[in-house]
Design a protein around this ligand. Structure first.
Ligand SMILES: NC(=O)c1ccc[n+]([C@@H]2O[C@H](COP(=O)([O-])OP(=O)(O)OC[C@H]3O[C@@H](n4cnc5c(N)ncnc54)[C@H](OP(=O)(O)O)[C@@H]3O)[C@@H](O)[C@H]2O)c1
Length: 494
C-alpha cells in the first residue's frame, strides 16, 4: 500500500461530519481545518430545530472552545471569514430519515457535493434509555448509510464505533465485523426488528398507563439493560452500537465503509496541544473520584489493562484510514480498525493509581472550604461485583436498616463519602455496576489492521509524520501525569 500526502488527499474535498458538538468530531474538524485549509467544505450536522440554532451551537459549543485557539491564531482577524467560507452548520437529527434535514434544496446540494461522511453522532451514556440509544446508535447508522447512498460522489463513509461492542470479552478480541444477529454470548438470537418492536410495545404500554417522564425513563433504561444482558452485552450503549455496526456491514451495498473502533479515549497527547478533553468517561470517573478523595474501595483488579488511547491519536488514525481507503484496491471490503493500546503498550489500573497519587499529592484539589483534599494512599480493589455488593451491604445497607453488624468490619473506604441516604448508596452501586465491565475487562484488542495502516504511514512521506497513532509512542507516566490529569482538572473538574 502506497500512501500519498494527506494534504493532497483532503484538498478540495467536501466532508459531512455528524455529532459535531461532540468530543471526537470537534477534534476531527479542528485537525482538518488546521492541516488542510484548502478543504472545499465541511458540513457539520448539529442536532437543532433550525439553521439559526445550528449556527449558534457551532459558534458556542465548537468554535469557542480552547481547542480552536491554534487555528484562531493561525488566521488572526480572518478566522471568521475562513470559517464562513469553509464550514456550514446544518440542522438535523440522525435518528430521523435523511438525517432530519428538512431543507430539500440543501439536502440535494449536499448529495451532489459530499465526498466523505464521518458519522460520529451517538448516544454515549452507558445507561441511556433503550428507545433513545436504539434510535440514535442503531437507526442513526442506517440513516447515515442511506444518506451516503444518495451522494453521487460518495467516496467513503467512516463510522465511529467502539471497541467494546465485543461485550465482556476475554483473550484477543479480533478486528472483525459483526454478522447480522451475532451476539457475544452466541446462545441467543438477535433480531433488530424484534428489539424495535419491543420498544414500540413498551412505549405504547407506558402511554396507555399515562406514565410520567421519570417512570418512562426508568422503564426504558431498565429495558435496555435487560435486552443488552440477554444477548451478552453489558449495557444499552454498546448493544445499540453493535447493532449499528451490523446494519452498516450487512447493508452497505456499494458504499466504501470504514469502521473505526476506538477503545477508551483520553485527552490529547500532543495536538493541537496536550491535555484537551471534554466530559468525564469510563476510567476518568475514577480519576476524578480519587482526586476528590472519594475513592477508597472499588470493583476492579490492579492488573486490569485499561485500554486507553489519546484523542488526537484516534483522529490521526481516522484521517490515515480515510487516506488508505482512497488508495485501497478493494474498496468493496469493509476496513475495520481497533484504535487502542492494550496489545502494544499496556497501561494498568495500578499504573493509573500510581500516577494519580503522584499528581494529586503534589496538586491537590481544593474543597468548598478552600482546603486541599486529602486522597487515600492506596485504593482497595475488589475483584468481583458480588464481593463488592456484600461489603457494601454490611458496611452501609444493614446499618441503614437499623441493624448493627458492622462492628467487626474495619474499613475506611468511602468514609468521607458522607453517605447520608440510601439514594447515595444506590447511585454508587449503579455507577459501579456500569463501569464494572471495564474495570474487570480481561480482553486485549487485536490491532493487526491498524498496525498495517501504521506501517504504510511510516513508509510514506514526511507529511504523514503529523498523524501519529502508534500507542508505543506513549510514555504513559509522563502523558497521564503532565497532560491527561492536568487537562481533566482544567477542562472538566474546573
Ligand atoms: N469518547 C470515547 O471515549 C469514545 C470511545 C470509543 C468510541 N467512541 C465513539 O466515538 C463517537 C464520538 O464519541 P464522543 O465521545 O465524541 O461523543 P459525545 O461527546 O457524547 O458526542 C456525541 C455527539 O453526538 C450528537 N448526537 C447525539 N444524538 C444526536 C442526534 N439524534 N442527532 C444528531 N446528533 C446527535 C451529540 O449532539 P448533542 O450535543 O446535540 O447531544 C454530540 O455532538 C461515538 O460514536 C462514540 O460511540 C467514543
Amino acid at each position: 500500500m502506497e500512501l500519498a500526502s494527506v494534504h493532497d488527499f483532503l484538498k478540495g474535498k467536501t466532508i459531512l461530519v455528524t455529532g459535531a458538538t461532540g468530543f471526537l468530531a470537534k477534534l476531527f474538524v479542528e485537525k482538518i481545518l488546521r492541516v488542510q485549509p484548502n478543504i472545499k467544505k465541511l458540513y457539520l450536522l448539529l442536532r437543532a430545530e433550525n439553521p439559526h440554532i445550528a449556527t449558534q451551537r457551532l459558534h458556542d459549543e465548537v468554535l469557542a472552545k480552547d481547542l480552536f485557539k491554534v487555528v484562531r491564531e493561525m488566521w488572526g482577524a480572518d478566522f471568521g471569514s475562513f470559517i464562513s467560507e469553509k464550514v456550514l452548520a446544518v440542522a438535523g437529527d440522525v435518528s430521523l430519515e435523511n438525517l432530519g434535514l428538512k431543507d430539500l434544496n440543501l439536502r440535494e446540494k449536499m448529495w451532489e457535493d459530499i465526498d466523505i461522511i464521518v458519522h460520529a453522532a451517538a448516544a454515549t451514556k452507558f445507561d441511556e434509555r433503550f428507545d433513545i440509544a436504539m434510535s440514535i446508535n442503531t437507526m442513526g447508522a442506517l440513516h447515515a448509510l442511506n444518506f451516503a447512498k444518495n451522494c453521487s460522489k460518495m467516496q467513503i463513509l467512516l463510522h465511529l464505533s467502539t471497541a467494546y461492542v465485543c461485550g465482556e470479552a476475554k483473550g484477543l478480541v479480533p478486528e472483525e465485523p459483526f454478522h447480522m444477529g451475532q451476539t457475544p454470548n452466541r446462545s441467543s438470537t438477535l433480531d433488530i426488528n424484534v428489539e424495535k418492536l419491543l420498544i414500540e410495545e413498551k412505549m405504547e404500554e407506558l402511554r396507555a398507563q399515562n406514565a410520567g417522564e421519570q417512570t418512562a425513563t426508568s422503564v426504558m433504561k431498565n429495558l435496555g439493560i435487560i435486552r443488552a444482558n440477554l444477548h451478552g452485552w453489558p449495557n444499552a450503549y454498546v448493544f445499540t452500537k453493535a447493532m449499528g455496526e451490523m446494519i452498516l456491514f450487512n447493508m452497505k451495498g456499494d458504499v466504501p465503509l470504514i469502521i473505526a473502533r476506538p477503545t477508551t479515549v483520553l485527552s490529547t497527547h500532543s495536538e493541537p496541544f496536550p491535555g484537551w478533553i471534554e466530559g468525564v468517561r469510563t476510567v476518568d470517573v475514577f480519576v476524578v473520584l480519587y482526586g476528590k478523595g472519594k475513592l477508597r474501595r472499588s470493583v476492579g483488579r490492579r492488573n486490569t489493562i485499561i485500554d486507553a488511547i489519546p484523542a488526537d491519536m484516534v483522529i490521526n488514525s481516522m484521517i490515515i484510514a480515510l487516506l488508505e481507503a482512497q488508495y485501497s484496491k478493494s474498496l468493496s471490503k469493509t476496513l475495520l480498525y481497533h484504535i487502542g493500546s492494550s496489545l502494544r503498550n499496556p497501561f494498568t489500573i495500578s499504573d493509573l493509581e500510581d500516577v494519580a497519587y503522584q499528581y494529586f499529592t503534589k496538586n491537590p484539589l481544593i474543597n468548598k472550604n478552600g482546603k486541599p483534599v486529602a486522597i487515600s494512599n492506596k485504593v482497595t480493589w475488589i475483584s468481583s461485583m458480588s464481593s463488592f455488593e456484600r461489603y457494601m451491604k454490611i458496611r452501609y445497607v444493614l446499618p441503614l436498616m437499623g441493624l448493627n453488624v458492622v462492628s467487626k468490619v474495619c474499613c475506611h473506604c468511602y468514609d468521607d463519602f458522607h453517605m447520608e441516604s440510601q439514594r447515595k448508596l444506590q447511585t454508587l452501586m449503579k455507577i459501579t455496576r456500569l463501569y464494572k465491565p471495564y474495570l474487570l475487562f480481561e480482553g486485549t484488542f487485536d490491532d493487526k489492521n491498524a498496525e498495517i495502516l501504521r506501517m504504510a504511514k511510516n513508509k510514506a512521506g514526511d507529511d504523514l509524520g503529523r498523524f501519529n497513532f502508534d500507542p508505543r509512542n506513549i510514555d504513559w507516566m509522563d502523558y497521564v501525569l503532565n497532560a491527561h490529569i492536568p487537562g481533566l482538572v482544567k477542562y472538566v473538574v474546573k
